[in-house]
Design a binder for this molecule. Structure first.
Ligand SMILES: Nc1ncnc2c1ncn2[C@@H]1O[C@H](COP(=O)(O)OP(=O)(O)OP(=O)(O)O)[C@@H](O)[C@H]1O
Ligand SMILES: [Mg+2]
Length: 441
């Protein structure tokens, strides 16, 4: 029996050419998928029929004709481009054998929806991708995974900054590449590429088509994040199942990682995760619920007792209102006063840990259909112990920040992210340095 090996491929670190190619393929797959009947049984039937086309045809010419005829039947008004047109243009560009091969692979790739809209996103859609792409002439299957997210400069820089500061095992920030729509620039790892005019036009066209097919949301930002799709669940969804199944040691580990993450969030001015901040509201006074959608972790189903879950910080961005607008300076000062005052009565870490635990409890309380959750969160794990783990994480991160040279990190980011524009960069970096002076003192 032939065994099929499966390799997972995340597209954040593809070469420029591969990424451009992948975006094109993805837009074609999404349109093919959208053209298929929505009824599951009918969709499978259609896919089977499409899959059989080359097996029945005697000549390549016949395959082309049949594919086009079959696709013409599939064309629906809700698709921005007719699927048959799409393949006709491929037939013209590629030789027939290549076309058959691409089409065969496409049919195999759309067995399930290749793209899912997360339904969120402040700058445009956040699209979650997962599809199977059989490798040419090999028994190996590639599972392509990724996230395409329209975003702003604050997230683009914050994610990278957080990643450079985190050296803790078990705590991760998804890797990403950034594409600037108008400038045709792509930043991957330490490498920045200027796409040719043709490549830029191709990329923009296919990103637009992907968005039109997969999401109704109109993007407000010029930056597109191609990010690693991490295996796991977000903390909010995980509250139904995962959390209650973690062992005590695993829960403590999560709190410790959340402490580290929160230390960096405070430093960055990211107020949309564990400890949140609203105008005029002192951080530690009100129980403002955490946004647990911005924390992900390994599913408990994949873990033994002695294994610790990986905790991921996703959706990392500092609040825009600290940087722009007429009241920005006041907002910044108010936030920094909060940071400073947090340590007046007890250690700053203890004050934030208490606030964090209160906020997490508060959001667990809101998980629908699970009224016991608040109790489950702390079942077997005393509140005191969770706070201690959280504080430990904050202190560990602080210690590491003192060793790392934040100036060096800042200047390397400046080189790498010059596409964001000097103005934004300087503002973000200055703000972080100011916060560092308070929190690392
Ligand atoms: N890299 C990723 N890997 C796996 N799942 C992800 C990833 N990024 C996002 N998701 C899923 O999509 C959901 C929404 O994503 P995310 O928080 O990044 O953006 P957003 O909330 O849409 O943006 P915004 O907060 O700016 O409105 C997450 O809660 C998570 O379930
Ligand atoms: Mg989010």
């Amino acid at each position: 029996m032939q065994t099929i090996q499966t390799t997972q491929k995340n597209f954040f670190n593809l070469t420029t050419m591969d990424l451009i190619h992948t975006v094109g393929t993805l837009s074609r797959l999404e349109r093919l998928y959208m053209a298929l009947p929505s009824d599951t049984a009918k969709r499978h039937e259609t896919l089977q029929e499409l899959g059989k086309i080359w097996a029945r045809a005697e000549t390549i010419k016949k395959i082309e004709d049949r594919v086009v005829r079959r696709l013409e039947k599939l064309d629906q008004a809700n698709c921005p481009l007719k699927v048959s047109e799409l393949y006709k243009s491929i037939i013209q560009q590629e030789n027939a054998l290549q076309f058959v091969n691409s089409f065969r692979k496409d049919v195999l790739s759309v067995q399930v929806a290749p793209i899912r809209d997360s339904g969120m996103g402040a700058f445009g859609p956040t699209l979650l991708l997962r599809y199977n792409r059989p490798a040419r002439g090999s028994s190996e299957d590639w599972i392509r995974k990724g996230v395409i997210k329209w975003t702003g400069p604050e997230e683009a820089l914050s994610s990278e900054w957080m990643r450079s500061c985190l050296v803790a095992p078990g705590l991760m920030v998804p890797q990403s590449s950034i594409y600037h729509i108008e400038k045709g620039l792509l930043v991957r790892n330490d490498h920045q590429s200027q796409l040719s005019l043709e490549e830029t036009a191709y990329m923009d066209k296919h990103l637009t088509l992907i968005r039109q097919c997969a999401s109704q949301k109109t993007p407000a930002g010029k930056l597109v994040l191609f990010s690693e799709r991490v295996a796991g669940v977000n903390f909010y969804d995980g509250a139904f199942m995962e959390w209650t199944e973690f062992f005590n040691s695993q829960k403590q580990w999560v709190f410790r990682q959340l402490g580290r993450m929160t230390f960096l969030d405070l430093l960055l001015g990211n107020i949309d995760r564990i400890v949140r901040y609203y105008e005029g509201t002192m951080l530690w006074q009100a129980a403002i619920e955490s946004n647990l959608g911005n924390v992900m972790m390994t599913s408990s189903a994949f873990l033994h007792e002695e294994e610790m879950p990986t905790v991921y910080a996703i959706d990392n961005g500092l609040a825009k209102r600290f940087l722009y607008g007429s009241g920005a300076e006041g907002e910044r000062k108010q936030y920094q006063t909060c940071l400073r005052d947090a340590g007046l009565k007890e250690s700053r870490e203890a004050a934030f840990a208490k606030q964090a635990l209160k906020s997490i409890r508060c959001s667990f309380n809101k998980v629908e259909g699970n009224p016991l959750l608040q109790e489950e969160l702390f079942a077997d794990l005393a509140l005191e112990e969770s706070q201690q783990s959280f504080i430990q994480g904050m202190l560990e991160q602080k210690q590491e920040m003192l060793v790392q040279d934040s100036q060096v990190i800042a200047s390397s980011l400046k080189t790498k992210y010059s596409i964001l524009g000097d103005d934004v960069l300087t503002k973000i970096l200055a703000f972080v340095q100011e916060n560092a002076a308070i929190l690392l003192a």
